[in-house]
Design a protein around this ligand. Structure first.
Ligand SMILES: Cc1cc2nc3c(=O)[nH]c(=O)nc-3n(C[C@H](O)[C@H](O)[C@H](O)COP(=O)(O)OP(=O)(O)OC[C@H]3O[C@@H](n4cnc5c(N)ncnc54)[C@H](O)[C@@H]3O)c2cc1C
Length: 494
């Protein structure tokens, strides 16, 4: 074997995944087709969930001062994300190129071997290995391969994944411009004949997005000419931007596709390679980063043989459902954004419904990635959800639960100084940090009420919570962290 895991694609998903794999102790080679990053930026921000995740891994300071906001929308219906009471606000103006640069630097620091200028063309699976070949003549053999090579994934096709869905019905254009001043409208606006949107990016750049209703994508061999975009913008808004300097012009569509399986043997997919959809509400990159967070520690544990291979099946079980809901949510937003007069009544009804606090919270959670809850048996409302931020006192010093998760290990958080509980986790010391602490403040006290201990996976999701299920702790430890080292007969816990 050349390495334990080969990752294809140094976009946000591949870079995040490679770093997570290294945190879990796996050897990683990352193959990227581009000799250098292009500097282009489709994505321009982080959802609340990604802000939490980057906080959890100590990454936020690397982005400098972030412009954040509680303003959100669902298909153009305004939402106040503040109703979620989350620890963070969403970041709106971080170019994807910056995110990729930050993630690439971190991946390199953690020891990922990034090989650029390698276009993967072939994938071959054996019983105990997978081999990828590139157009440049590089061959890499690894135990597992993860395709993070975007919407047109070669890995997905070569490994025989099904990718059903719906084709694009509308072609949309994007142009990043210098030399114009347009009022930012972060959510889509209906105009006669189509939709338009503007955003202010760093460096005096303004982004315009425009689509003409019912005009499907044309066959193109390269990006559209700026004149075509400026013409359409003028036709739909009456504003002339033809004199502006185009920094980047691109076309995209509303195709919606999801693979039927996230894993076929030794090949797994993450990010746009697994799901494509209209970029409504800026969710694609954020979801890819979260796919990576879910998969990284699991795959690292499997290649290090601390956990059985079956752990990888939970990646499909958990993330395929997230992908399915993502497509439902972006397709629904697509109808609202791209539809014409026929959806006006639906917009009106939804706008009224969004005034109800429960509906507003639900829509805000969908738009923020906070609606994700993995299947879990048990009574605690924390189970299967991500732990909310907790301010803690540990051995007389202040810390937070996100800080405890920084190194990518599991955490057994003992909130009631229970020595017998701690003894139970003795056999998993390598994978799980056992921490006794008191809660000073919590982002979501409702869900935490009465909790005396929680077992957190390395991605920050709650695998077990007490009281109520003390006897299930060893089962949860085995399920998520493998058999551990035998510790003899455990003491009763309650
Ligand atoms: C207009 C627009 C705006 C968007 N805005 C947002 C937003 O605000 N927020 C958000 O979350 N998402 C947004 N998205 C979606 C987001 O850009 C994507 O979801 C995100 O880039 C997916 O990341 P990825 O790493 O999975 O794939 P990609 O970013 O596509 O990265 C794939 C990488 O694989 C490489 N690669 C491809 N083929 C090969 C090969 N054969 N061999 C080796 N390397 C290969 C590519 O060069 C690339 O570097 C937007 C999309 C569009 C079109």
């Amino acid at each position: 074997m050349d390495t334990s895991v080969v990752v294809v694609g140094a976009g946000p998903t591949g870079l995040m995944l490679a770093a997570e794999l290294r945190l879990g102790g796996a050897e990683v080679v990352l193959l990227e087709r581009l000799p250098e990053p292009t500097g282009e930026s489709r994505g321009i921000g982080f959802t609340l969930r990604t802000m939490e995740i980057f906080d959890q891994r100590g990454l936020l300071p690397r982005f400098g001062e972030l412009a954040t906001s509680t303003a959100g929308h669902f298909g153009g219906i305004p939402l106040d994300l503040g109703v979620l009471g989350a620890t963070h606000e969403a970041a709106r103006t971080v170019p994807q190129s910056t995110t990729e640069a930050v993630l690439a630097a971190r991946a390199s620091e953690l020891g990922v071997r990034i090989l650029r200028g390698r276009t993967v063309t072939g994938v071959e699976q054996g019983d105990d290995h997978v081999t990828v070949t590139t157009a440049e003549g590089t061959t890499v053999t690894a135990r597992y391969l993860v395709g993070c090579d975007g919407g047109r994934s070669v890995v997905r096709n070569a490994a025989g994944f099904d990718f059903p869905g719906t084709p694009a019905t509308t072609e949309l254009f994007l142009a990043d411009l210098r030399g114009v001043d347009l009022p930012p409208r972060m959510s889509a606006q209906q105009v006669p004949g189509g939709m338009v949107m503007t955003a202010k990016l760093p460096g005096g750049v303004h982004r315009i997005i425009v689509g003409e209703r019912g005009v499907p994508p044309r066959r193109r061999t390269g990006p559209p000419a700026f004149a075509e975009v400026a013409d359409l913008w003028k036709r739909l808004t009456g504003i002339d931007v033809a004199q502006a300097e185009p920094v980047w012009v691109s076309a995209f569509g509303d195709a919606a596709r999801l693979v039927t399986e996230y894993r076929r043997g030794r090949v797994l997919l993450a990010g746009d390679a697994a799901h494509v959809h209209l970029p409504a509400g800026g969710q694609g990159m954020n979801t890819g980063i979260q796919d990576a967070l879910n998969l990284g520690w699991k795959l690292a544990a499997v290649v290090r043989a601390t956990a059985p291979e079956a752990l990888l099946d939970t990646y499909h079980d958990e993330r395929h459902e997230v992908g399915r809901r993502l497509l439902a949510n972006t397709r629904a937003q697509g109808l609202l954004i791209l539809g014409g007069e026929e959806v006006a009544p639906l917009r009106e009804v939804l706008t009224e419904l969004a005034d109800h606090p429960e509906v507003a919270r639900d829509l805000a959670a969908r738009a923020s990635g906070l609606d994700v809850r993995y299947p879990a048996a048990g009574d605690s409302p924390l189970l299967g959800a991500r732990i909310p931020q907790l301010a803690l006192t540990r051995a007389g010093r202040d810390t937070t639960v996100f800080e405890l998760l920084r190194g990518g290990r599991g955490v057994l958080l003992d909130l009631a100084d229970n020595a017998r509980l701690r003894a139970r986790a003795e056999g998993w010391r390598e994978q799980v940090a056992v921490v006794t602490a008191e809660v000073r403040a919590a982002a979501d006290t409702r869900r935490l009420d009465g909790t005396t201990a929680v077992l957190l996976r390395p991605d920050g999701y709650v695998a077990w919570a007490a009281p109520g299920s003390y006897q299930d702790l060893p089962t949860a430890l085995r399920r998520w962290f493998g058999p551990g080292r035998g510790t003899g007969r455990p003491a009763p816990l309650d």
